[in-house]
Design a protein around this ligand. Structure first.
Ligand code: M6R
Length: 353
């Protein structure tokens, strides 16, 4: 049942600390120096192609960034567009990210990869699913059952599992020592976001907006896309996610005082500084700005509202900003009286191409 929550989605958002503890259990050590994901950790891909749909595609974009940062060529493909990709070569690995393990588009891309002779890995929540039976390897995200059509805790599980995968197969001990402690802090950090979020008030204030924009860079870019998808899926309102740098190349023309812009700003480096620059651009067009931030930059100075997250490694911060956006989507949809767990026209598992 919903254990006292009004919707499965809210229950599952709140289950994220537990789901992540489960994902990390016995896979990372206390010293933060090693990762154990069984035989999947023995893979040493020369390059990666990620294939996925919807929310899982956003996890794929994040995963590709992790490997590219580690110097390994990696690219995320929408599963339904995989046919035109260059064929995998050498020790390239094709990774299907699919919560259900039953998504037709993703299964068909994985089959295409096999036909082309590639090794395949399924990153999934579902033991015994078609993806796990057909792939050479499986990495389980261990999020527990997800009932709401909107993927929430499984997206968090995918990002965490992709971190484990990159740390085990591509990254050095120095990176492990900086990322593992941040992963271990995630359950507590997410709990603190859940306990202190003011997303409900912001959602109430802007529920009638014309359109919602989400902007972010680097690891926050997939989160911006995910924030927009979640919002449109359950609230039926128009929403778009953009790479913050792309705003001025077109979308800025749409920005008015009727388009709240959620800006994801982490850290105080070059990336944050540039996103703060983008905040100033939309602010000059009178858009209401919500900064989702750890407070390290001066983003708050230019924002109308702030959704705070604890300071952590930028890779882990993506899961925290994402929780704030999950809550925004949930509360906007709830304010509009939408049937949150079963949005119109959508199914939990899409088994047709
Ligand atoms: O089961 P999968 O991860 O393969 O599902 C892929 C998408 O259909 C899914 O993520 C969809 O976008 C969600 N409803 C988003 O909340």
């Amino acid at each position: 049942g919903k254990s006292g929550y009004d919707h499965y989605m809210l229950k599952e958002i709140n289950e994220q600390p537990r789901a992540l503890r489960q994902c990390l259990r016995a896979r990372v050590d206390e010293l933060g120096s090693s990762v154990d994901i069984d035989t999947v950790g023995d893979l040493s891909p020369s390059g990666l192609q990620f294939v996925a749909c919807g929310t899982s595609y956003h996890a794929a974009l994040y995963g590709a960034r992790l490997f590219e940062q580690a110097g390994i060529p990696a690219r995320a493909y929408l599963a339904s567009e995989y046919a035109t990709s260059p064929p995998p070569i050498g020790d390239d690995l094709v990774v299907g990210i699919t919560q259900s393990g039953e998504t037709a588009d993703t299964l068909s891309a994985l089959r295409e990869a096999k036909r082309r002779g590639a090794e395949t890995l399924a990153v999934t929540n579902t033991v015994g699913s078609t993806a796990t039976r057909e792939c050479d390897h499986a990495l389980y995200i261990r999020s527990g059952p997800e009932i709401g059509v909107a993927a929430t805790k499984t997206f968090a599980g995918q990002l965490a599992a992709l971190n484990l995968f990159a740390l085990a197969t591509a990254e050095d001990s120095q990176t492990r020592r900086s990322v593992i402690p941040a992963l271990r802090d995630l359950p507590g950090d997410i709990q603190s976001v859940l306990d202190n979020s003011t997303a409900a008030e912001i959602a109430e204030q802007y529920a009638d907006a014309e359109s919602f924009f989400f902007i972010g860079r680097r690891y926050q870019y997939p989160v911006a896309l995910e924030g927009a998808l979640k919002l449109k899926e359950i609230s039926y309102e128009h929403a778009e996610g953009f790479a913050a740098g792309e705003l001025k190349h077109g979308p800025l023309a749409l920005v008015t005082d009727q388009t709240p812009v959620f800006a994801l700003v982490v850290g105080d480096g070059e990336i944050a500084r540039k996103t703060v620059g983008n905040i100033k651009e939309v602010e000059a067009r009178d858009a209401p700005v919500v900064a989702v931030t750890d407070g390290q930059s001066d983003a708050e100075l230019y924002a109308d509202h702030v959704l705070e997250i604890p300071e952590t490694h930028p890779r882990a911060a993506a899961l925290l900003t994402n929780v704030q956006l999950q809550l925004v989507a949930y509360h906007v949809a709830n304010n509009l009286g939408r049937p949150i767990d079963k949005p119109r026209n959508l199914a939990k598992s899409v088994t047709v191409e």
